[in-house]
Design a protein around this ligand. Structure first.
Ligand SMILES: [Zn+2]
Length: 352
């Protein structure tokens, strides 16, 4: 195994955060220090082969940088959009934001291409692993992370392990019912999962933008645009943010009652709106909490855009650790890439 017999001070992992708009990667050492990062646009609609090729290119570039710097890469860790089966690192299902992504044997392919063991997990779990290792929830016995951005996702870590569920679906906070996810006529708002009335349909960035446009007729082009209008005091923009924030807060408060995490960490692009999002969010959250949870710490994520890169690297270090037994995905030798590359890795996206 490449992980054994390597000076621990020079061991590193290439961490990858593969999202719907951007693929980011970085060199992360065993102490959690990020040595270099790089990113490229994700060719989201070009199919799995193109998405994988972008990741492979980034990984190759960072592997070369790491070796030039005297570091010894020992694995690749990937946090990726979609439902990821972390046992074999394959993509179980994905929304239409990544065309043809479902069915991709992600970790096996990147292992074959890099010649290193590779491990994959859903990107929100990677985000939580990063914050739990180096960020807002470092040292916490358990942590619920909720990310509110283009979508709404979540992850619960207990004892250092993200809780993946029986079918790798655990954490999909965006797809629970919300009483806020209805239009003025009482019709449930459509959700990215194909259902309606879910949290993501009212709390995500695109949902806040839609709400603002519906209610004001305003010409904002992004949630960030709505945030700046809200910051300038425009009532319709403030209402759209307050409603999305309150919906998220109510849902996270309910989850805290169910899960009783040691702490809650909140990340994602929508939270960059600051107090105009955070204040209605926290008020709605705390209104839900049962009495023993009154002192629950609810804090912003601190690692920003690098959280999932760092967390994906942590996943790989953990899976390589001798006390964890054999890794779930065995890398072929560097010269043997035939088995994975000969396997068709693009399957029909069966996700509704
Ligand atoms: Zn949904």
């Amino acid at each position: 195994m490449p992980a054994r017999g390597v000076d621990s001070a020079t061991r590193c992992v290439i961490g990858v955060d593969l999202g719907g708009t951007k693929t980011a990667a970085g060199i992360v050492d065993a102490a959690g220090t990020l040595h270099a990062t790089d990113s490229r646009p994700t060719p989201a609609t070009a199919g799995a082969a193109a998405i994988l090729a972008t990741a492979v290119g980034l990984i190759a570039s960072l592997l070369a940088q790491a070796r030039d710097a005297g570091l010894e890469p020992v694995a690749v860790g990937i946090g990726a959009a979609g439902v990821i089966d972390a046992r074999d690192g394959s993509v179980v299902s994905a929304t239409d934001s990544l065309t043809g992504w479902a069915g991709t044997p992600l970790a096996a392919y990147l292992a074959a291409q890099s010649g290193l063991p590779a491990f994959a997990v859903n990107d929100v779990h990677a985000h939580n692993l990063g914050e739990h290792w180096q960020g807002a929830s470092a040292g916490a016995a358990s942590s619920l992370l909720v990310a509110v951005g283009t979508g709404v996702g979540g992850s619960l870590i207990v004892g250092g392990e993200p809780q993946l569920g029986a079918r790798a679906v655990a954490g999909h906070v965006g797809h629970i019912a919300s009483p806020y996810a209805y239009d003025d006529g009482g019709v449930a708002l459509p959700c990215s999962c194909g259902r309606a009335g879910h949290l993501e349909a009212v709390a995500s960035g695109p949902a806040i933008l839609d709400l603002y446009r519906r209610q004001s007729g305003g010409d904002a082009v992004s949630a960030r645009d709505v945030a700046s209008r809200a910051g300038a005091g425009e009532p319709a923009a403030l209402r759209a943010f307050s409603l999305g924030a309150a919906a998220a807060g109510q849902a996270v408060g309910g989850l805290a009652n169910v899960l009783d995490p040691a702490m809650v960490v909140i990340g994602g692009g929508v939270t960059a709106a600051g107090d105009l999002w955070w204040n209605p969010f926290e008020a709605a959250l705390r209104a839900e909490l049962m009495d023993p949870l009154a002192g629950l710490a609810v804090v912003p994520a601190v690692l920003g855009g690098n959280a999932a890169v760092v967390g994906a690297a942590k996943l790989a270090f953990d899976r390589l650790a001798p006390d964890r037994g054999a890794p779930a995905t065995d890398a072929p030798s560097a010269g043997d890439t035939s088995s994975a590359t000969d396997t068709p890795f693009v399957q029909e996206n069966s996700h509704a």
